[in-house]
Design a protein around this ligand. Structure first.
Ligand code: SF4
Length: 291
């Protein structure tokens, strides 16, 4: 639970605050950029919620925070958000896409996503294990398969797999921390995990990083930590600083994605982004031009 004694100075006066246990993972300002932002070292509240909708989003940020660093005044602390995780992001012809929230410290607050598909639901990376989300996912049809995009974002995958008896996929080059995964992806060729969900190995951030692409047109790209959107600079970003394996290989792996038809980029970290037709290719070309 956040502590008022550890309330950061940067917070604007009002009921919601961030305390000094914040690890600057970004989950709160990605889900609620109207109230939260970052100093570069930690998050803080720059605008208190003014409407019911903003209050709801702030309460969701409290749940999402992986280290309980967001506090609120006693009278609203026990309010339940009217809309709850998993949150619907978009309704694609190949499946509804949800953001799971409940980020885990074990994954440094990385985002995880659920695809509700006719052939069986797919979890992309693992949220923090918790019963409320498990119950909601059960109501949505459970989990048939799980992709772990790379070894950093595996969080509580074993607990989710135990609950839903799903088949887990990870690249063999990243499987040292998730040895019990049922399916190991090998090599650099793409492979279909299930109908219309293509897995593409993208070595770079880690040797075994893999992305998932849903659909043939207006695709949904689940990018793990391979790349994400920078909202203030309006650019695609991959991080050389946080590249754990090989930066040149990571850039080459971004080139592979030039000819996709991406409508939504849903990353592990950083902002999600909806692209207009033609914008994706320009964004990738711009990224490669700067490398
Ligand atoms: S979600 Fe929590 S840990 Fe992450 S940036 Fe916000 S306050 Fe900090």
């Amino acid at each position: 639970m956040a502590s008022i004694k550890k309330r950061l100075e940067a917070n604007i006066k009002g009921p919601f605050f961030v305390d000094s246990s914040c690890i600057n993972c970004g989950s709160c300002w990605q889900i609620n950029p109207e109230s939260f932002t970052s100093t570069g070292n930690n998050a803080y509240v720059y605008s208190q919620p003014k409407s019911k909708r903003e209050l709801n989003k702030a309460l969701l940020a409290v749940i999402d925070c992986p280290v309980n660093a967001i506090g609120s005044a006693n009278d609203i602390k026990y309010d339940q958000p009217t809309e709850d995780f998993p949150l619907l992001v978009t309704d694609h012809p190949e499946g509804k896409i949800y953001y799971n929230g409940w980020s885990s410290r074990k994954s440094f607050g990385a985002s995880s996503w659920l695809i509700r598909k006719e052939s069986g639901n797919v979890l992309i990376d693992s949220p923090r294990w918790n019963k409320p989300l498990a119950k909601k996912i059960e109501q949505l049809g459970g989990i048939s398969q799980m992709l772990l995009t790379h070894k950093d974002d595996i969080a509580d995958h074993s607990l989710w797999a135990k609950m839903f008896k799903c088949q887990r996929w990870i690249h063999e080059a990243d499987s040292d921390l998730a040895k019990d995964c049922e399916t190991k992806i090998t090599g650099l060729g793409s492979i279909y995990m299930c109908p219309k969900l293509n897995l593409i190995p993208v070595p770079g951030h880690t040797q075994g990083s893999v992305i998932a692409v849903l659909g043939d047109k207006k695709q949904i790209l689940f990018s793990g930590d391979h790349l994400w959107w920078n909202r203030s600079k309006e650019t695609l970003v991959a991080s050389k600083k946080f590249c754990w394996w090989d930066w040149n290989e990571q850039v080459k792996s971004v080139e592979k994605l030039l000819y996709l038809d991406v409508e939504w980029l849903l990353p592990g970290h950083g902002f999600a982004k909806k692209f207009r037709p033609g914008e994706w290719k320009v964004a990738v070309e711009d990224f490669l031009g700067y490398c």
